[in-house]
Design a protein around this ligand. Structure first.
Ligand SMILES: [Zn+2]
Length: 407
């Protein structure tokens, strides 16, 4: 007799995403099982196969025989932890002011830093939990969250501690990242502070998995970025950079010296940079919702796919781009980056897991992996990109537990 499963899902179409990360033409391959079943036991996928009249015992069943079943979305790049908003700057952007012009007037990131520093812990915690709840309802089952709106060491550490406390209060996986976001006026002193004080403290207290640096004309330069990341590597962190969002200042050269898990944005790039990315199997995380919100040109995603670069998609939710649903990010990516809905699904599941070094355990519906599964009320997967502004999630399942069910 078969063992009793905890949860059994019948699906019209199951997108398994089996077989590991995707690139090039395989990005569009979703590993589809028509009229299939997913069995979950002890928080993990126990079986995934065609239904074909088989009978299983389960404590609980979801009949999604008219619906789509797929892996939970993984948002591998967010700035979820901040206080306040910047809608007045949105008006300025519409009127034609640039990101840097607004930042130089004390707006942009500095504006949010001020508000975040002045907010109390419980105010920040409340807002963060509300945002995470929204993400869960929209199908996100793992979310990376960066620090970065504290700037000063004690504030950055406060934010990371808060993130680590929240981890145990929400129903999804949070991956905390320390982000060196902007240098204050005393920049060389500040870089020393990051490397000598912040990074060792974060390591000892296990407050972050990744260290990320905003490598950009208006933020840290290439040498500062390299200096911070070398120390981060020596401390044992995995590394990421924000690069090529507004300019190409050669941040990719860091790949000559260091291994990076991902390079994020890369709207501006060059051929040598892409060679290095390919040789080191670095994930390029595209953030089209930000380009869209800032009304800027998008990255050349089709070129990256043609070159067999591993790409992922994330929300980059921040006060500059208030878009958190990955369904919406997919809709934007289809129109703005000319990606197919199928390519976007790979880029927000298995490839996004790779961008967080989690693809062995998450990102696909395969036996032995954690059961992070969505039931989507759509006739087929194309609908996720075809529509915009609709939440199609019927159930969000995290490690076998239903954490959201549509009323
Ligand atoms: Zn970002």
């Amino acid at each position: 007799m078969n063992e009793v499963l905890d949860l059994l899902i019948y699906g019209k179409q199951i997108l398994t995403l089996k077989g590991g990360i995707r690139k090039g033409s395989s990005l569009a391959h979703l590993g589809i099982i028509e009229d299939g079943i997913v069995g979950i036991k002890n928080g993990k996928i126990n079986l995934v196969e065609e239904r074909s009249g088989k009978k299983f015992d389960a404590k609980y069943e979801i009949d999604a025989s008219n619906e789509l079943v797929m892996p939970g979305f993984i948002d591998s790049h967010t700035h979820l932890l901040f206080y306040g908003s910047r809608e007045e700057e949105f008006e300025l952007r519409i009127k034609g002011y640039s990101y840097n012009e607004i930042q130089n007037k004390g707006g942009g990131i500095w504006n949010t830093v001020k508000k975040t520093i002045n907010a109390k812990d419980d105010e920040l915690e409340k807002i963060l939990i509300e945002r995470i709840r929204f993400a869960i309802e929209n199908g996100t089952t793992t979310i990376e969250i960066k620090s970065g709106y504290g700037i000063e060491p004690e504030q950055e550490i406060r934010l990371l501690k808060l993130l680590n406390r929240i981890k145990y209060k929400v129903d999804i996986t949070i991956i905390p990242t320390f982000l060196a976001h902007l240098p204050p006026k005393n920049r060389s002193e500040y870089v020393e502070k990051i490397t000598n004080e912040i990074l060792p403290y974060i390591r000892i207290n296990n407050l972050a998995k990744f260290v990320d640096v905003f490598c950009e004309e208006s933020a840290f330069n290439k040498m500062e970025t390299l200096y911070i990341l070398k120390k981060a590597r020596d401390e044992g962190f995995s590394l990421k950079i924000h690069a090529g969002e507004f300019n190409d200042i050669g941040c990719c050269d860091i790949l000559d010296m260091l291994d990076l898990t991902s390079i994020d944005h890369l709207v501006y790039s060059n051929e040598q940079c892409e060679e290095k990315i390919i040789n080191k199997s670095v994930c390029v995380t595209l953030l089209p919702a930000t380009s869209f919100s800032l009304m800027q040109r998008p990255a050349n995603a089709r070129k990256y796919i043609e070159k067999d670069i591993i790409i992922s998609l994330a929300s980059d939710f921040s006060p500059a781009s208030w878009i958190l649903s990955l369904q919406e990010v997919i809709s934007i990516a289809c129109r703005y980056l000319k990606l197919l809905p199928s390519e976007c699904i790979s880029a927000t599941t298995i490839n996004a897991a790779y961008a967080l070094k989690m693809d062995k355990d998450y990102g696909s519906i395969e036996k032995g992996k954690f059961a992070d599964v969505l039931v989507m009320n759509v006739p087929n997967y194309n609908w996720i990109g075809y529509t915009m502004g609709f939440n199609h999630v019927k159930f969000t399942i995290k490690e076998g537990k239903i954490v959201y069910a549509k009323e």
